[in-house]
Design a protein around this ligand. Structure first.
Ligand SMILES: *Cc1c(COP(=O)(O)O)cnc(C)c1O
Length: 409
């Protein structure tokens, strides 16, 4: 395709989307038409290093041959049975995922928000049936600055005005405490508290890591008060932080893991609640479900994802490349960068607001062939696919360095 045709189809694609897709996003002006590994190509044939990886849903890169093969084979067999019948892919998938998490039971769903909603329902049912909390009194503690998805119940415990404004009334039963403050969390616990729901690293908030002793303290406190610890590892899990779960990095085992994003290999939405039967077993037939949850295509892809993770190769790679990335990024502090945070191959970079907005930095990065996403005004996030090469990573930081120099004038 010629560059001219490409440019024309780019404008046309953006115009069609602007006119007919709801305006709930503000995408960068790039129209992607294909991807391979850590790279995507736009309709004009320009290549970009994908440093967002669909918010870590594409941890294994675009078109990973093992995942694509698993999907293709299953496409030709059967894709959907509903849970009214058994299918031959679900059992192997849930067994492998449970083993990966060192738990014994999995509730398969589709999107991350559904995993969160399911975790909330399970925690409440556990509270009433096992802990003995009086009906409709269950309380779940969350953290300020959280991001757990976009459903009406989940936004009920968000502090982000954009997520909440004009979407009420809200679901009761949640209490929000400062993130990283274990004493505040313990003080909020009462007899009706059934669960604490946290992101081990707050991704959308700007890749915020709590103090090193926070999650271990939360684990100890929740155990002592007979409260479930639910870790939302939808973005932090499955290799991104240099471990299978970020909880592994801090030596913590939650009662329930919430997984999504990379669990579907960037091919199909696959999410899950993973825990032990003494908790997940509270659900009885008919009490919860999903037409697509646990479908054979999702299970086949999910099983292939678990097989990639079971060797530890991706976790080790994310750890090694992450150290390289974080070290390089820290050298930019003082030259337009105010702070760098991260774990594994996941970084939040605060840009000096005097230089420009995160959005401006992302636009300039795009012109240089790097796709990244801003959050909260002046922060940009980097989370390239784990298959990225070390030299490509260095090159991406070079581009950021050049953008900052450009902005400094
Ligand atoms: C993305 C995300 C979700 C929601 O997942 P969706 O698939 O978009 O519904 C929930 N929790 C965290 C931590 C996330 O990053």
């Amino acid at each position: 395709m010629s560059a001219v045709t490409g440019t024309a189809s780019m404008a046309a694609a953006i115009a069609l989307e602007e006119e007919h897709a709801a305006h709930n996003y503000h995408p960068l002006e790039v129209v992607v038409s294909s991807g391979d590994g850590a790279w995507v190509t736009d309709v004009a044939g320009r290549r970009y290093l994908d440093c967002l990886a669909a918010y870590s849903a594409v941890n294994f890169g675009h078109g990973h041959p093992v995942l694509v093969e698993a999907a293709k084979v299953q496409l030709d067999r059967i894709t959907l049975t509903s849970r009214a019948f058994h299918n031959d892919q679900l059992g192997p998938f849930v067994a492998a995922l449970a083993a990966l998490a060192h738990k014994d039971m999995v509730l398969p769903m589709n999107t991350g928000a559904e995993a969160v909603e399911s975790g909330i329902k399970i925690a409440r049912a556990w509270g009433y049936r096992v802990k003995g909390v009086p009906q409709n009194q269950a309380k779940i503690i969350v953290a300020d600055g959280n991001f757990h998805g976009r459903t009406t119940t989940i936004i009920s415990f968000s502090n982000d005005p954009d997520a909440r404004n004009d979407f009420g009334p809200f679901t009761p039963g949640f209490v929000s405490v400062p993130y990283g403050d274990a004493a505040a969390l313990e003080a909020a616990i009462d007899d009706n508290t059934v669960a604490v729901l946290l992101e081990p690293i707050q991704g959308e908030a700007g890749v915020l890591l709590p103090p090193a002793d926070y999650l271990p303290a939360v684990r100890e406190i929740t155990k002592r008060h007979n409260v479930l610890f639910i870790a939302d590892e939808i973005q932090s899990g499955l290799g991104r932080t240099g471990a299978t779960f970020q909880c592994d990095n801090v030596g913590v085992v939650p009662d329930l893991y919430l997984l999504g994003k990379a669990l579907g290999g960037g091919i199909i939405p696959v999410s899950a609640v993973v825990g032990n039967a003494d908790i997940l077993g509270v659900l009885r037939p008919g009490e919860h479900g999903s037409t697509f949850g646990g479908n054979p295509l999702a299970a086949a892809v999910g099983l292939a994802v678990v097989s990639l993770l079971s060797t530890g190769e991706y976790q080790a790679r994310a750890k090694l490349l992450g150290e390289r990335l974080q070290a390089r990024l820290r050298t930019l502090i003082g030259s337009g960068v105010v702070a760098v945070r991260g774990a594994g191959l996941w970084a939040g970079i605060d840009i000096d607001p005097a230089l420009g907005t995160g959005r401006q930095v992302c636009e300039l990065l795009m012109e240089r062939g790097v796709l990244a996403k801003d959050t909260h005004g002046s922060t940009i996030r980097l989370a390239p696919p784990i298959v990225v090469e070390a030299e490509e990573l260095d090159w991406a930081v070079d581009q950021l360095e050049a953008v900052l120099a450009e902005l400094r004038g």
